[in-house]
Design a protein around this ligand. Sequence first.
Ligand SMILES: Cc1ncc(COP(=O)(O)O)c(C=O)c1O
Length: 390
Amino acid sequence: MGRMQFPLRMQAVQTPVIPVVAELIRNSPGTISLGQGVVGYPPPQSAFDEIQAFLQDPENHKYRPVQGIPVLVDALTAKLRSENGINVGDGNTVVVTAGGNMAFMNAILAMTDPGDEIILQTPYYFNHEMAVTMAGCLPVLVDTDGQFQLQPTRIEAAITQRTRAVVTISPNNPSGAVYPESALREVNRICRERGLYHIHDEAYEYFVYGGARHFSPASIPGSARHTVSLFSLSKAYGFASWRIGYMVAPKGMFESIRKIQDTILICPPVISQFAAVGALKTGTAYCREKIADIARVREVVLSELKKAGSICRVPETQGAFYFLVQIDTRLTPMKLTERLIEEHRVAVIPGDTFGLEKGCFLRLGYGALDCETAREAMRRFVSGLKEICK
Ligand SMILES: Cc1ncc(COP(=O)(O)O)c(C=O)c1O
């Protein structure tokens, strides 16, 4: 009976904190949320226009190919070549998924046995840690440095007989860090030499600021057989609820991925795939214009954060739409988050949900705010910190 009520596998998986914060926000009307991991803009009009083409063919109401409709796979293949320098060919393959999270789960299930180890960087993206645990594998956590950058020597030291993959995310959720090409090449080389997969999540590929540049490790010659790249339209094209992502995976993994996706999904929602084809027709000019607005919001957030002085350490990362700040307080991140919401009407995400156990970290997300709202949110945040942490 005990086992029936409490299966061990799911007990081991952390409870996502986002719904907990959402509940606190609901109970404090007027709260401005820096908690969200989404952009504020919708998909381009061309995404909606393509739905007419979906409706014109009754075949579209039936199941379609597990790996995605050919017209979308072709459009993604062209995009990967021209934007990412990734040649889809002999060694690898593209699979459309219902979002980047599903692409990650596909990869983990396809490459592991229960008990295997997956190296994640802390702070990690919590759904990655949850997926690894759900698959019966062990997340092995390697710290990033004070600026949330990769530490390849430590990654190498964490490899054991049971390691199957090293996971990197750039631009990073939750830290906003953008990993330089050299560091990603180093990790990719370690994986190749040690017979491991390099899983690289590029959901925020366009979200880079200042001098930062995005780099796709799957563009490295000879990387196709050990590199898995994860992409998403959720952030770039305002597509979060449409559930379209895709992965580039070694060809040898394709049969397994097909089994997994056939069982869990059968095929990614076809209407959303048509919308994705439409979005790609407009292309990155759309994303870049929107991201220029987000860059202005980022400047507002940074300049307001400076007013917090020494209470708040701010690694000035250059990507995604997050800052992960460290607060000089003895309060737990959750307690501080509660008080910021209840007493100051501003919501953030506590850092322990990203595996940061030492110190009080908070994630601020600014992707869905306009400059004025962001300024007000940051005023509340800074004055709240000064009052709570004095
Ligand atoms: C790093 C990272 N990967 C993947 C995802 C999930 O994206 P999708 O909506 O495509 O599943 C997110 C969403 O926050 C993310 O931050």
